[in-house]
Design a protein around this ligand. Structure first.
Ligand code: HEM
Length: 408
């Protein structure tokens, strides 16, 4: 008989086990029942999937549709005026993260060439140079400083802006809209205003690129007649948001985790060759892009349960990445671990398109930071660091850090 786990206020997201760990109730559910019923605030029953193997299977199975996300709102339960949640939502042109095959593949294929491992390798040197330049600027400041503002945010933002051909000077406007858009408990009107602000900005930009293409990814796309302006806007929106909100937080929260695990930071400083494995481990350990939604298009067996057609399914990548059935001592950060099979970039047809880019940014970022700031430490007690439990992508709002400056 199915037992429903009531979740009166949505998913338990409070980080009651520590800033880096999944909420206690989610870990407990994973260990007891990795595919469990979940009651949504409006009373309808969905499912929560938290086991590593179950999450992997689910994400590889396109009968679990990605079309659930209600447009830009990511609200998995009924809201007045929005489509009923038991039906796939209307698709936003270009936003292929919320599309299923074959629509999804048609758009994703247009981008694959720009994100191959080989193409990313050619960017690596430049990204390292950008990281060093940003660290030069940080070094000139008098600590304490906010590491998010001075480093974790500018690096990925510079990289994605350059790649897409979005003027970095315009960031003031679109960053604010992007942040509002990623906030959880924002009134729908406000969220829609932020969405409209961003899409209006991007619509002007891609229209200009269609008229006078330049040497960047959005121009390459704008040259293709079979993409409409609305599709170009959707793609640009997805790449701009996915390209920085995630990496910024992996860098910010990752630095916090290394500062709280000084033995691990010391190992990395002593042996920079560990960096590629360490980045994989930091992805596993933190998985800042944690919660994703799917929609069962038919009755589907998963982990010994039957998920009925029409169910909303919530996935926790973080819980899966901490599954003791898959990783030994999963709640320990261990830079020597080979965390292959970690699911922080997702799995299946929607697996992160920008993962190689993100890996290069994280390698350059953590390497530069640890090397250039050997005395880096928190400037406030760890309990005072503001966590992004209010945002769709987890991380830290600010990370106040300090270091010992050389005597003049
Ligand atoms: C998809 C995580 C960086 C672009 C995804 C998904 C995850 C993820 C979990 C799967 C979503 C799903 O299954 O519904 C991350 C993390 C990053 C990161 C943790 C940083 C550490 C990037 C970067 C880009 C990017 C730098 C660059 C443009 C995308 C796109 C998709 C995606 C376009 C949608 C792919 C599709 O639907 O086919 N990402 N990502 N991501 N990511 Fe990333």
């Amino acid at each position: 008989m199915s037992r429903t786990v009531p979740v009166p206020n949505g998913l338990p997201m409070e980080r009651d086990a520590g800033p880096f760990d999944p909420p206690r109730r989610i870990s407990a559910l994973r260990d007891a029942r990795p595919v469990s019923p979940l009651l949504f605030p409006d009373g309808h029953q969905g499912w929560l999937v938290t086991g590593h193997e179950e999450v992997r299977q689910l994400m590889a199975d396109t009968r679990f549709s990605s079309r659930l996300d209600i447009g830009p709102l990511h609200i998995p339960y009924e809201v007045p005026g929005m489509p009923p949640v038991t039906e796939p939502s209307p698709q936003i042109p270009g936003m292929f993260i919320t599309m299923d095959p074959p629509d999804h593949g048609r758009l994703r294929r247009k981008l694959i060439g720009a994100f191959t491992v080989k193409r990313m390798k050619t960017l690596e040197e430049h990204i390292v140079a950008l990281a060093e330049r940003q660290l030069d600027a940080m070094e000139r400041l008098t600590p304490p400083v906010d590491l998010v503002k001075e480093f974790a945010l500018p690096l990925p933002l510079l990289v994605i802006c350059e790649m897409l051909g979005v003027p970095y000077e315009d960031r003031g406007g679109f960053q604010k809209d992007s942040a509002t858009f990623m906030e959880k408990d924002v009134a729908i009107d406000e969220k829609m205003a932020a969405y409209n602000g961003l899409t209006t900005y991007l619509s002007d930009l891609v229209t200009r690129k269609r008229e006078t293409p330049d040497d960047d990814l959005l121009s390459d796309l704008a040259r293709q007649d079979d993409l409409t302006v609305d599709e170009l806007v959707g793609i640009a929106f997805l790449l701009l948001i996915a390209g920085h909100e995630t990496t910024v937080n992996q860098l910010g929260l990752g630095t916090f985790a290394l500062l709280e695990n000084p033995g691990q930071a010391a190992e990395l400083r002593a042996d920079p060759e560990l960096m590629p494995d360490a980045v994989e481990e930091i992805m596993r350990y933190l998985s800042v892009a944690d919660i994703f939604y799917r929609y069962a298009t038919e009755d589907i067996e998963l982990g010994g349960e039957t998920i009925p057609e029409g169910s909303t399914v919530v996935v926790s990548l973080l819980a899966a990445n901490r599954d003791p059935r898959r990783f030994d001592d999963p709640d320990a950060l261990d830079v020597r671990r080979r965390a292959r099979g970690q699911l922080g970039f997702g799995h299946g047809v929607h697996q992160c398109l920008g993962q190689q880019l993100a890996r290069i940014e994280m390698r350059a970022g953590f390497d530069g930071l640890l090397r250039r700031f050997p005395t880096l430490r928190l400037a406030v007690p760890a309990a005072e660091v503001r966590l992004r439990t209010d945002m769709n992508i987890y991380g830290v709002h600010e990370l106040p850090v300090t270091w010992t400056q050389p005597a003049p």
